[in-house]
Design a protein around this ligand. Structure first.
Ligand code: HEM
Ligand SMILES: *[C@@H]1O[C@H](CO)[C@@H](O)[C@H](O)[C@H]1NC(C)=O
Ligand SMILES: *[C@@H]1O[C@H](CO)[C@@H](O)[C@H](O)[C@H]1NC(C)=O
Ligand SMILES: *[C@@H]1O[C@H](CO)[C@@H](O)[C@H](O)[C@H]1NC(C)=O
Length: 360
């Protein structure tokens, strides 16, 4: 663990610093960041999201997850959008947790095109993802929040890092808690954010092993899964790679609500990881509370989304404003930063000022 005193030193020597959470209290990002430089930015993103949502309401769930998967890998820097790994090898968007399930890329592209027409080279792709997630929460959950902005786009996408940092649907309670703690998110915030699974869908692969053994030849029911529900899932998914999807919340699949927490005690959490929120008494107490109080959950959900949006952000002169969200800018004017790695030792302290780690 880095002693607190070393933080200032790291800031001073780092040519270009990433903000590690909790950067929320330190003003790393700012609501209304584009007020002068691109006053229409947030409205243009909202219009692009609304247009896509009108054609396919499922994109909202996709965009909420896109923000999560962006922020958990290299911070909220739009690295998830890149189609090339400059070091060779797979990109984030090519690997299992994102491919083929992650969606909403075309919506980000449409929003970026609109924003570029209005104010070229001004609005980062990372901020567009954060705005689009907010707009999606509003459209599906009828709850709004302000998004602090000023994120800069990264120049690296590495598939291995996605595999290492994104929680798998087979994760235990302890692993879930650890993976969120690594991103400065508390156990409570993990439970709160999991409620996003009240919208959207899943492919077979994410729950196949809960309902089948022996390569799809023998039924198996994870003890945390309702047998009748499991039978329906088996019928849907004869093979792990059957290209079918199913809603995670079959009751209200298009509405961001607290129904996720109501499904858990019915053994209808779709993933092993969802059911883990029941087996841990601390998590279960919170889930029970949210099942009974939707208003409290929504309030805490948007607060946790804002906090998630601060993970390891690059600001100021770090990173770049990508012109095309799918590829890094042709030649970088950004200086190569000095690397100073600090472990996230101060993570549990809500009040800690932004801790810096250099960009790579
Ligand atoms: C707690 C750990 C989490 C795990 C293990 C997890 C796992 C998954 C998995 C396996 C899927 C389905 C992928 C597929 O199609 O096969 C999924 C979908 C989804 N997740 Fe999570 N997730 C977690 C947390 C979150 C968080 C924090 C958010 C957002 C705040 C989120 C939002 C979503 C959404 C909206 C979908 C549906 C996407 C769509 O319909 O396109 N998840 N998640
Ligand atoms: C990707 O990240 C992994 C894990 O941090 C690292 O070992 C590997 O060298 C990286 N690959 C590329 C191509 O940068
Ligand atoms: C729940 O999980 C967390 C994280 O692993 C752990 O700290 C806590 O002690 C667990 N609570 C109970 C009651 O088992
Ligand atoms: C099928 O399952 C059996 C028994 O679990 C295993 O030994 C075998 O490798 C599996 N075959 C395939 C193709 O996955």
């Amino acid at each position: 663990m880095a002693p607190r005193g070393s933080v200032g030193v790291a800031l001073a020597v780092a040519a270009c610093a990433l903000w590690l959470l909790p950067a929320t209290a330190s003003g790393a990002l700012r609501v209304g960041f584009y007020q002068n430089s691109c006053p229409n930015a947030e409205a243009l993103v909202r219009q692009a999201v609304a247009a896509a949502f009108a054609k396919d309401a499922g994109v909202a769930a996709g965009l909420i997850r896109l923000h999560f998967h962006d922020c958990f890998v290299r911070g909220c820097d739009a690295s998830v959008l890149l189609t090339k790994n400059p070091g060779g090898g797979q990109t984030e968007r090519e690997v299992g947790p994102n491919n083929p399930s992650l969606r909403g890329f075309d919506v980000i592209d449409a929003a970026k095109a609109a924003v570029e027409r209005s104010c070229p080279r001004t609005v980062s792709c990372a901020d567009i993802i954060a705005f689009a997630a907010r707009d999606s929460v509003k459209l599906t959950g009828n709850v709004d929040y302000q998004v602090p902005a000023g994120r800069r786009d990264g120049r690296v996408s590495n598939g291995t890092e996605a595999l290492d940092n994104l929680p798998p649907p087979t994760a235990t309670a302890a692993t879930l808690a650890d993976m969120f703690a690594n991103k400065f998110l508390t156990l409570d915030e993990m439970v709160v954010l999991s409620g996003a699974h009240s919208v959207g869908r899943s492919f077979c692969a994410s729950f196949f092993n809960r309902v089948w053994t022996n390569n799809g030849t023998t039924p198996f029911v994870d003890a945390g899964l309702d047998p009748a529900y499991a039978a329906r899932l088996r019928a849907l998914c004869p093979r792990e790679d059957t290209p079918a999807t199913t809603p995670m919340d079959p009751d209200t699949p298009a509405t961001l609500d607290n129904n996720y927490y109501k499904l858990l005690p019915q053994s209808k959490g779709l993933f092993f990881s969802d059911n883990q929120l029941r087996v841990n008494a601390t998590m279960n107490a919170l889930a029970t509370r949210f099942a009974a109080n939707e208003a409290e959950w929504k309030q805490r959900f948007v607060a946790a989304m804002v906090k998630m949006g601060h993970i390891e952000v690059q600001t100021g002169r770090c990173g770049e404003i990508r012109v095309d969200c799918n590829v890094v800018n042709p030649s970088s004017s950004s200086s190569s930063p000095e690397v100073v790695e600090l472990p996230p030792g101060e993570g549990e302290e809500e009040e800690a000022v932004g801790v810096a780690v250099a960009a790579s």
